[in-house]
Design a protein around this ligand. Structure first.
Ligand code: ADP
Ligand code: ZN
Ligand code: ZN
Length: 743
């Protein structure tokens, strides 16, 4: 019997109906050792398509008329064996299409750009002449700033230079044309300006203990997961660095994940100074060329510490020893589109495969992680309860806005916050005003008693739909919006929502003497704007910074002594079972911003729900207390972490088709529910965002204690839908495993 080698190929452009790999003959002249992980051109029907070779197989059926691969598309494989393995796991676990998953993982290689040349700037005179030259152009302070910056840090790129000197590109161009500056063109190297500083601070007692514990297991080469629960300012970054040191000494590599928002220039500098060029950076603000360069440095072994956001978990490192996930509770680790993976879950899998350690760090761990670390859970709990500098956590004051309201103050600023801001302005200190807003605020709240209307079945906030209809987006329960509060009969029940612009306007009226800057999606649209606003604030060019989540973490401002949370409970109204958890995390994180100054800080939290445990526990800095209360609520409703949840989203232009697809899907699930297999399924209900880009959206939310049965039910439903949808474009289904957004 003749045995021939065939390639298993995932077609790149395949739609939802092309989930499985196809077999192709490998032409004789083609080397098969470099084939797995490469892209190839293949015949498909009467056209040609590109595809990923995901494996080799032996084909024994000689007479089957297999077609041959036409040609290789890449000189080198675009995916490593380990990445293929991760892809397989992700598509299996998240029900994501293999092609989308492979594309997401190989993204930096597939989107490489040819030219990676960039210009590095230098001054055209010696450093001794700096004073003379700057005197010549002293009437142009921006130009002076550029020359000073360039003389001190030669070799910056235009972007770096303009950010550092806070000037626009035209100032740099002017200096070039005047002959003060010149540039050299070099291959892009994101690491151009790093130098290594060997100085390490002496560890605090708490840090030393934690480092010793982690490194002990690191040296033993066993897969182990640590949850580092450390208050803000307890020095978690230093712990990460010491564990990475240990891994590097063992000739192993490290991946450090941070949320986009905390990958600040300070953080990057910190890593570069300590570890130099072996650090590779990966984040969304880099150009495609930069990302490709970094990817190459990693796969060639030139960089073995990878610092990046979510997708850096896919980087082609060899011999992985440790994965650090900072702020492990952050929702940005979950990808919102297919493949809807959670970087923490991928990290756990990848570390398991490599017998590597995982360190999950947070001041406010996710409930999922904490309950796995508590008692004798599979994770090891490590605690750091004190700040490095021993400065007490700030004093948090909760202000009851219901009292403000009934005493006639219907403004955004309660009198307490108003007085406190005034005092800081008088004392020449800085203030941050924080607004928790996630773009979705059609909730209903009573401003007299703070009551939030919730679904009687699901304990989820009801959302205002249309024409006075309040609806639960889990189970589709609906009722008319009441005109009087069911709690206190007040007529002040209605929409509530405040934007940053509104806060800014009121602040300008109340504090005409203050310099105010606002940071939100509107003001940070332009590249670098985010950085500039923060720099201005740091340099005290403003007294009050008003912002959303963006100001909540990763920043240290010594001038800030007051943080005001305008409306702490906005998060409580989000139609999501994690709303209390989000609220607790946000208040805690924001409070951590204040009081880093020596003079001690104060936090004022305005709320209509001063008794809510998320608010009181955050104000008291009591994680354990919050955890206990919230676990009770989750247990009652059987929400995660007491169960696993999966959301099925149905969408399409044709409303009827979408409806009938969702109904048919629910029928299949009904079988599981009726047989009492422990699955809870609610819906189909209109998703909170009912229409997105012309697509009508419905969802079914499922949860169960038994992960196996849940997955089985979803698999059957999904396969059915895929088959019945076929290649039609009128309706589609997508699966979200462990969903983080129900919008
Ligand atoms: P966390 O991430 O836990 O909120 P950071 O890692 O930002 O805390 O550390 C807070 C501050 O303490 C940083 O400015 C850091 O440089 C400093 N720091 C950390 N460890 C030490 C140490 N052992 N000695 C002195 N300073 C330290
Ligand atoms: Zn009321
Ligand atoms: Zn409900």
């Amino acid at each position: 019997m003749q045995v021939s080698r065939v390639a298993e190929v995932i077609v790149e452009t395949g739609g939802i109906s092309m989930q499985k790999s196809l077999h192709y003959k490998i032409p004789e002249e083609m080397q098969s050792d470099n084939l797995v992980g490469s892209r190839v051109l293949i015949p498909l029907g009467n056209r040609q398509a590109s595809g990923f070779v995901v494996g080799l197989a032996e084909d024994t059926s000689v007479d089957r008329k297999l077609k041959s691969i036409i040609k290789l598309l890449d000189q080198e494989p675009v995916l490593t064996k380990e990445q293929l393995r991760i892809a397989r796991w992700i598509s299996g676990y998240y029900f994501s299409s293999p092609q989308r998953t492979l594309q997401a993982i190989a993204h930096p290689v597939l989107n490489k750009t040819r030219s990676c040349r960039e210009k590095h700037y230098y001054v055209n005179f010696s450093i001794e002449e700096l004073n003379r030259v700057t005197r010549e152009i002293r009437r142009a302070p921006k130009q002076v700033a550029v020359l000073n910056t360039t003389a001190r840090s030669p070799g910056l790129t235009k972007k770096q230079l303009s950010e550092k000197a806070c000037v626009s590109y035209t100032v740099i161009d002017t200096l070039i044309s005047k002959g003060y500056l010149y540039f050299k063109e070099v291959m892009s190297d994101v690491n151009s300006t790093s130098y290594i500083s060997p100085v390490k601070p002496e560890l605090t007692g708490e840090q030393a203990k934690v480092v010793k514990n982690i490194n002990f297991y690191l040296q033993k080469n066993v897969h182990k997961v640590f949850l580092l629960h450390g208050v803000t300012g307890s020095g978690k970054t230093e712990v990460y660095l010491r564990c990475i040191d240990c891994a590097l000494q063992l000739k192993k590599s490290a991946i450090v994940l941070v949320p986009e928002i905390s990958l600040t220039p300070q953080m990057i500098r910190c890593f570069k100074e300590r570890l130099g060029n072996r650090v590779a950076l990966l984040h969304s603000r880099m150009s495609k060329g930069e990302r490709y360069e970094e990817w190459n440095r990693i796969s060639q072994g030139h960089a073995d510490v990878i610092l990046g956001t979510r997708s850096a978990i896919f980087s082609p490192v060899n011999n992985l020893g440790i994965i650090v996930i900072d702020e492990e509770h952050e929702f940005t680790y979950k990808q919102g589109e297919s493949p809807r993976y959670h970087a923490r879950a991928v990290a756990l899998y990848r570390a398991y495969v490599n017998s590597a350690a995982v360190v999950l760090g947070s001041a406010t761990p996710s409930l999922e992680s904490y309950c796995r670390a508590k008692d004798k859970g599979p994770y090891t709990l490590l605690k750091m309860d004190n700040r490095v500098d021993n400065i007490a956590l700030p004093f948090v004051k909760v202000v009851d806005m219901r009292k403000e309201f009934s005493s006639g103050n219907k403004a955004i600023f309660g009198s307490e916050l108003f007085n406190a801001v005034n005092k800081r302005l008088e004392d020449n200190e800085q203030v941050i005003l924080f607004l928790n807003r996630r773009g979705f605020n059609t909730f209903v709240v009573c401003r007299e008693c703070g009551m939030v209307l919730k679904c009687p079945n699901c304990d989820i906030s009801l959302t205002y739909h249309h024409q006075g209809d309040l609806r639960c987006h889990y189970c589709n329960y609906s009722q008319m919006a009441p005109s009087l509060c069911p709690g206190c009969r007040s007529k002040y029940i209605g929409y509530f929502g405040t934007g940053t612009q509104k806060v800014e306007k009121e602040a300008k009226d109340l504090f005409p003497q203050a310099r105010i800057i606002r940071m939100d999606a509107d003001t940070t649209g332009r590249k670098g704007a985010h950085y500039r606003i923060l720099k201005d604030f740091e340099e005290r060019k403003a007294d009050i910074l008003i912002g959303t989540q963006m100001v909540a973490k990763g920043l240290n401002f010594s001038g800030v002594t007051l943080v005001g949370i305008i409306s702490a409970d906005t998060g409580l109204y989000i139609p999501d079972f994690r709303s209390a958890e989000r609220t607790f995390q946000l208040i805690t994180q924001v409070a951590g911003r204040s009081g880093r100054a020596k003079s001690g800080g104060e936090v004022i939290v305005q709320t209509f729900n001063p008794e809510h445990y998320a608010v009181t526990a955050a104000a008291a800095g009591d994680y354990e207390g919050f955890f206990k209360e919230e676990m009770n609520v989750r247990k009652e409703m059987q929400y995660p972490p007491y169960s696993r949840m999966i959301r099925l989203l149905f969408f399409g232009k044709d409303e009827n088709k979408v409806n009938s697809l969702a109904e048919a899907a629910f029928k299949i699930l009904q079988g599981y529910i009726n047989e009492d297999k422990g699955i809870i399924a609610v819906g189909p209900s209109p998703a909170p965002l009912t229409r997105v880009r012309g697509n009508y959206r419905l969802h079914i939310v499922l949860w169960s204690k038994d992960e196996e049965i849940l997955r089985d039910a979803v698999k059957k439903t999904y396969d059915y839908c895929v088959k019945s949808v076929g290649t039609g474009k009128n309706a589609g289904i997508s699966v979200d495993v462990d969903p983080y957004s129900m919008i």
